[in-house]
Write a protein that binds this ligand. Structure first.
Ligand code: NAD
Length: 298
């Protein structure tokens, strides 16, 4: 049974996730390269370690929550030799499927157990312990880590073997990225046809256009008070993260020889938006570029 957890990567997501493990009664040893992130986690009851290896040394289970696959593979080079044989390694970062499988193979070759468990729900879900976990693991490993994931989330889905969690995550976010652009285009077209935002929302939110991008993260101010559009598009789910996830989906499609035309187009639009005026904004702010295109056409 897991009692002591090592947590590496205590940023926007990892910090509150580690805090929820402390609240659930686990002993958590944490490490982050950023001193500020480490101090914040310490204030929430995490024991600050001097390195990733120190955080992993006595743990029964090690969680990584890092920006990208290269960070996870680099961290594993330090963590795997430091941990006791048979430690569970759970990577919650969003990384590509090939890196997730490589991380799994490195961990098992070093005598450990490995699970990929990326999340959906954003910083708000990490703070409220209401994340959805998408896990890729052998059944006994899934059963073993499930109680720990349940301390940080509301829903834990076993998607299949190693890599299946990451596969589910990038497929889900490809739907989300495409649907946000579709909703944005519909509002811009509605405006040019003289339709109010509220009228389009009232119809589409209860008709066949209904989707999360519309009803929870509506890209125009007004209809959904909690959506980032009402606070200057402060993220939320940053456009840069959406660009990253769509890039992972496009890369996976390329490797599989699939066209995924809308997914690739969405990846291009988000990549240029995140590198320009969308830097630091919520991904729903992409509607502002769709409007700009309309204004250019007028
Ligand atoms: P973040 O940049 O806030 O946190 C990452 C942390 O990792 C940073 O504090 C950084 O200092 C630390 N770090 C990097 N390399 C390290 C190493 N070798 N050892 C120790 N610490 C190291 O990012 P985040 O928003 O917390 O996202 C983390 C992951 O979760 C990403 O893969 C992201 O795609 C995914 N994700 C984020 C969200 C979101 O809304 N922020 C939602 C779902 C999934």
């Amino acid at each position: 049974m897991t009692r002591h957890i090592g947590f590496v990567g205590l940023g926007n997501m990892g910090g509150p996730m580690a805090a929820n493990l402390v609240k659930a009664g686990y002993r958590v040893s944490g490490f982050d390269l950023a001193p500020q992130a480490l101090r914040q986690a310490e204030a929430a009851g995490v024991q600050a370690a001097g390195s990733g290896a120190e955080a992993a040394r006595e743990a029964d289970l090690v969680i990584t929550m890092l920006p990208a696959g290269r960070h996870v593979l680099a961290a594993y080079a330090e963590l795997l030799p430091a941990a006791r044989s048979g430690t569970y390694f759970v990577d919650c970062s969003t990384i590509d499927v090939a890196d997730a499988r490589a991380a799994h193979d490195l961990a098992t070759a070093a005598g450990h157990r490995a699970v990929d468990a990326p999340v959906s729900g954003g910083v708000a879900g990490a703070s409220a312990a209401s994340l959805t976990f998408m896990t890729g693991a052998a059944q006994p490993d899934f059963d073993a880590v499930r109680p720990v994931l349940e301390a940080m989330g509301r829903k834990v889905v076993h998607c299949g073997p190693s890599g299946a969690g990451q596969a589910a995550k990038i497929c889900n976010n490809m739907i989300l990225g495409i649907s946000m652009i579709a909703v944005g285009e519909a509002f811009v077209l509605g405006e040019s046809l003289g339709l109010s935002h509220q009228a389009l929302f009232d119809v589409a939110s209860t008709a066949s256009g209904q989707c999360w991008a519309l009803t929870s993260n509506c890209p125009v101010p007004g209809p959904v008070p909690a959506s980032p559009a009402n606070r200057g598009y402060a993220a939320g789910f940053a456009a840069a993260l959406m660009a990253k996830d769509l890039g992972l989906a496009a890369g996976a499609a390329e490797a599989a020889g699939l066209p995924t035309e809308l997914g690739r187009r969405a990846a291009q639009l988000y990549a240029s938006f995140a590198a320009g005026e969308g830097a630091g904004l919520d991904f729903s702010a992409i509607i502002t570029t769709l409007k700009a295109e309309k204004e250019d056409a007028e």
